[in-house]
Design a protein around this ligand. Structure first.
Ligand code: ADP
Ligand code: ASP
Ligand code: MG
Length: 440
């Protein structure tokens, strides 16, 4: 068996779904399980409707739902999906009305709303392929951390093993349910993760992630177009790139794949003839230092200075205990004797965190920063990488630098306004002369 996951753009229109059908039918011999995202930007639209509803803008919220309904009808009625679309939109409308009355949006109700995208798209694609439909909420079991639930692998794997798969089976990505049957989601971009959970659970031969780019590119095309395709990567490199912003892969995707050593492929649904990127345990044998540059925008740099002159005992523990308690992940860290700088991309609790830190430290927050990360398994073996990075970046002001313990990434913080120039300079330095075995 293989798992084939198609993202939002790969199911956004009649034409896209027809392309998908062609690609899937070409792989019938491998009994594909097709995992689909919501059509186009549906998840964003659903969340906007929910926010309007609880903000007292009931009419606008319902209008948004109606235009989403019209979009689904326009693109999917041709596959015989009109009735199923209306059934789901009936339920969705009730839910949005309910939210407008309650005026409160809990993580659990966010999941209820945002699940509709994949619930509908999976039916549409199953109809288009005349395939078996499996409701992901009956097999993907998660904990109760709504909007970012983690899979309960034992229960999920048992259910996946017990599932009767069709010649082609279609299921929605992103969604699952708790042990007590309440709808949950795996976090934004989570359909990749679903594909990998399913792939590992059924011992698939391959997990294919079909998207709108030729594979993992040497730089984020939204920041700097024109990057090269990386033909192969190791799981560790892919995980690091995903974590530091390469949106093409959800950061958790490789976790189940590593467990069962299943190759993950990134492929372009508009250009299926391109080989894409192959991600495996070993990765390629090459002398290339770096594989790609990942970046994350809208980062805050938090500078924390001990108010005592010397590093007080327990200083770091107190700092991280506060971030931990407020469930705010820290991405990069640099420390000196009396100060710590760290980056975060989740500002929800920043005010509270800063207030608590100020009990024992001076805190300064710099907004509008970006992180860029040079990633490659070979970084650890090559002397002088940091020198090359700084020489290439020369006029760009680097606010912080950090090399993870894995030694396969070199992270830098720059002003967001400098991001493009920084990426361009690093790209020029590390991806001009490249190994043709690994890059195209
Ligand atoms: P899907 O809807 O198929 O899941 P996503 O939008 O989540 O697609 O991911 C694909 C996008 O990831 C690309 O369109 C591209 O803009 C972005 N991206 C960011 N970094 C990279 C990278 N290094 N290589 C390829 N794509 C990247
Ligand atoms: N539809 C979900 C999202 O937009 C999941 C996904 O596309 O992977 O986040
Ligand atoms: Mg995605």
């Amino acid at each position: 068996m293989i798992v084939m996951k198609f993202g939002g753009t790969s199911v956004e229109s009649t034409a896209a779904i027809e392309r998908l059908a062609g690609i899937v039918r070409g792989r019938l011999a491998e009994q594909p399980i097709v995992v689909v995202s919501a059509m186009g930007k549906t998840t964003n639209r659903l969340l906007e409707a929910a926010n309007l509803a609880v903000a007292g803008k009931r009419v606008e919220a319902l209008d948004k739902v109606e235009s989403l309904r019209a979009y689904h009808h326009a693109e999917a009625d041709g596959f015989g999906a009109a009735t199923i679309i209306d059934e789901h939109f009936g339920e969705l409308t009730e839910l949005v009305r309910g939210l407008a009355i309650l005026g409160e949006l809990t993580p659990r109700s966010i999941d209820a709303i945002s699940s509709f995208g994949e619930r509908i798209s999976s039916h549409v694609v199953a109809l288009a392929l005349k395939a078996k439909h499996v409701d992901s909420r009956t097999v993907i079991v998660t904990d109760e951390r709504h909007t970012m639930a983690a899979p309960n692998y034992a229960e999920t794997n048992e259910r996946l093993k017990a599932t009767e798969w069709g010649a082609i089976t279609v299921m929605g990505g992103f969604i699952g349910s708790t042990l007590s049957g309440v709808t949950s989601t795996l976090g934004r971009g989570g359909s990749d993760f679903t594909a990998s959970i399913v792939g590992a659970g059924v011992d698939a031969k391959e997990i294919q992630i079909w998207t709108d780019v030729d594979g993992m590119l040497t730089c984020d095309p939204t920041v700097l177009p024109g990057g090269r395709r990386v033909k192969s990567l190791s799981f560790a490199e892919a995980a690091e790139l995903a974590y530091f912003g390469a949106k093409v892969l959800h950061p958790s995707t490789v976790v189940p794949a590593i467990e069962k050593n299943i190759p993950v492929l990134i492929l372009n649904s508009r250009r299926p003839q391109v080989d894409g990127t192959r991600i495996t345990a070993e990765g390629p044998v090459t002398t290339s230092v770096a594989k790609s540059i990942a970046c994350k925008k809208n980062i805050a740099l938090v500078n924390i200075q001990s108010t005592r002159m010397l590093m007080a005992h327990g200083f770091l523990r107190r700092i991280f205990e506060i971030f931990d308690r407020h469930e705010t992940p820290v991405d990069m860290i640099a420390t000196s004797e009396v100060s710590v700088s760290l980056t975060i991309d989740n500002f929800g609790k920043l005010e509270t965190i800063a207030a608590e830190l100020r009990d024992f430290a001076e805190v300064e927050i710099e907004q509008d920063k970006a992180v860029l990360c040079l990633v490659g398994d070979n970084i650890r073996w090559q002397p002088g990488v940091a020198h090359r990075v700084f020489r290439a970046l020369d006029p760009v002001n680097v606010r912080m630098i950090s090399q993870g313990a894995s030694l396969r990434n070199l992270g830098l913080v720059v002003a967001q306004a400098d991001l493009r120039e920084a990426v361009e300079r690093l790209h020029q330095e590390f991806f001009t002369d490249v190994d043709p075995e690994v890059f195209e």
